[in-house]
Design a binder for this molecule. Structure first.
Ligand code: FPP
Length: 250
């Protein structure tokens, strides 16, 4: 469904009066949601895909410019073949079924992660969706698949080392920006707010570099239970945070 601009006034602002520019979400708890209902785990992931669709629309409504979600980690290959295949199928279906909705919501889709280990048909769907949504300038939806922050950092270090070896860069010139510009997320601002559902209090190899000054919200709801009302409540709490970025408190 296309969301009209400003159909709800942004209730969630930070101390400087702005909504968070970048919200990142660790969508955890799909498996438990399904198991509690004696359903196959993939049913939880499918339900999770519905919540993602709603949260994307809510971000567009609130004027949040960047939404990044963790959909599959470099460690998730350890799950059963059935679950991994089910998730890959779900990603393919999502890439196909969401294209029109993303375009009509002015959303641009981007992928981050290691494409090399993904099935060619999924890679093609991802590239196709990136192409189709290229014109979206209201919200950038970044989906992390086969993503791991340590792998991302090792890759960036390797790329910087290659530039040094090629004589393009002096070791003394390497600074934070050099490394940042070689991350998958180089075009994104750091996340203002990172939300993790399901009651777990950890980052699990997600955006380790980018989260240096992020605000965190850990909520007990499992991801399929994370409704737009709950999201609004999280945004409202964020609005009361005092972000200092290392400066002295007032
Ligand atoms: C973590 O819950 C969730 C995942 C590994 C998959 C996330 C995928 C979705 C929300 C599907 C929708 C995404 C797209 C891009 C279509 P878990 O399975 O680890 O839950 P558990 O901790 O209860 O087992």
């Amino acid at each position: 469904m296309a969301v009209p601009a400003n159909d709800a006034a942004p209730a969630a602002v930070d101390a400087t009066g702005r909504p968070p520019a970048h919200v990142a979400i660790i969508m955890d708890g799909n498996g438990r949601w399904a198991q509690r209902r004696k359903l196959p785990r993939i049913r939880g992931h499918r339900e999770g895909a519905e919540r993602l669709r709603e949260i994307v629309e809510e971000c567009a409504r609130f004027g949040i410019k960047f939404l990044t979600v963790f959909a599959f980690s470099t460690e998730n290959w350890k799950r059963s073949t059935e679950e991994v295949n089910g998730l890959m199928t779900l990603f393919r279906l999502y890439a196909r079924s969401e294209a029109d909705a993303l375009v009509s919501n002015g959303a641009r889709f981007r992928f981050i992660g290691d494409l090399a280990e993904l099935d060619t048909s999924l890679v093609n769907q991802i590239l196709e969706l990136e192409k189709r949504t290229k014109g979206g300038n209201r919200l950038e939806l970044t989906v992390a698949v086969n993503y791991g922050a340590r792998r991302e950092l090792a890759r960036a270090a390797r790329m910087v080392a290659e530039r040094v070896a090629a004589g393009e860069l002096q070791p003394s010139e390497i600074d934070e920006e050099t490394l940042n510009s070689h991350l998958y997320t180089s075009r994104l601002p750091d996340p203002d707010l990172i939300i993790r559902t399901s009651g777990e209090h950890r980052l699990s190899n997600f955006m380790l570099w980018q989260s240096a000054y992020s605000e965190f919200e850990f909520v007990d709801d499992l991801w399929p239970e994370f409704t737009t009302e709950k999201f609004r409540a999280v945004l409202a709490r964020y609005g009361h945070r005092n972000r200092r970025f290392g400066a002295a408190g007032g």
